[in-house]
Design a protein around this ligand. Sequence first.
Ligand SMILES: [Ca+2]
Length: 414
Amino acid sequence: MIRTLILSVFCIAAAFTAQPSHAATKAGVEAQFRQWLDADLWPEASRSGVSRAVFDRAFSGISLDWDLPDLAPPGFPKPKERAQSQAEFRSPGAYFSEKSLQGLAASGRSLMKQHAGTLARIEQRYGVPASIIVAIWGRESGFGRARIPHSAVRVLVTKAFMSTRTDLFRREILAALKILERGDIPASAMKSSWAGAMGQPQFLPSSYLDHAVDFDGDGKRDIWNSVPDSLAAIANYLAQSGWVRGRDWGFEAVIPQGVTCALEGPDRARPIAALTDMGIIRISGRPFPDHERSAPGMVLVPAGTFGPEFVVTPNFYVIKEYNNSDLYALFIGNLADRIAHGGGAFVTPWRSTGSMLRSDIARLQSSLESQGYDVGGADGLPGYKTRRSIGEWQGKNGETPTCFPTPALLKSLR
Ligand SMILES: [Ca+2]
């Protein structure tokens, strides 16, 4: 989970607005923070091989960043639970801004030419297609052009000291100190998003330790300033996550009338030839490439029958290791296809599924759970387990499976 907490630098942080109780002041919390650094964080940093000099230099002049989201300062009222359940569930189509995809594809194509030599060497070594690497580079940091203004040390240490996820960020600040100990980058240049995701690939420090690469051979693993190091880091991340050399990420497809949409899930892989035997075809009308036909594929219907349908390969789930979202992985796959082949939007449009709140979807999930269906937890987000359970319920109850939550379905499930 830590490795996959890659948050977009384009997100806008909500400022911390809780008022202190009479007992706590910001100055008091800052004093507690300085004590915590010495008495609590330093001993553990020291045990993990960080020298006192590096530790002191990292935190010299560093104060807490009170503008970060999800803070929980000691002695302050607990931050209000975000009203997630009342959030409107956005239909998947909203994720695929055509304007943004076209812009990223145009820049991606030109940068792929510019860095062709480097990308060829990276592809050779790691087996990941250049177009996939460049697509992730574009999505994460606008090809390294996005402003990534925060001090990673300040963000991470603030969140390790006083956030709703101190355990995670404690591990990450310790990893950041190890990076500084190695001397790859000075603390002042170690920049991150407000969520602590660093540099052009948007790695948390633990991901950096596991996956960063010195590809330009200057002795430093520099994901902030070096394009070769950034591109190789992305490729190495995917290779170590199991990227299958020579396979595509997936194909837009058509599931024929009479074949249920309730087929999806990485746990229901079968040879692509078996899917074509069921009548599932590529929407382009072209056959699946020969080398793909005998290899495993999975059905994916992110909007049920209300949007594009896909046959994806295990590499789709490798992209999800970078950011655990079906829509993120589809965005990367589509962008990579545009960069590599000049492709466009998915052929089948995303249709409206009706306005629903996350709490509505959670109720629908609970109702299915009470009837013995696995929805992967009633969290208000319709993942593949929820979608296929909806399709299975519909099939059993004489409805045509659509595999997606709608207001009408919620009514008939009650
Ligand atoms: Ca380097």
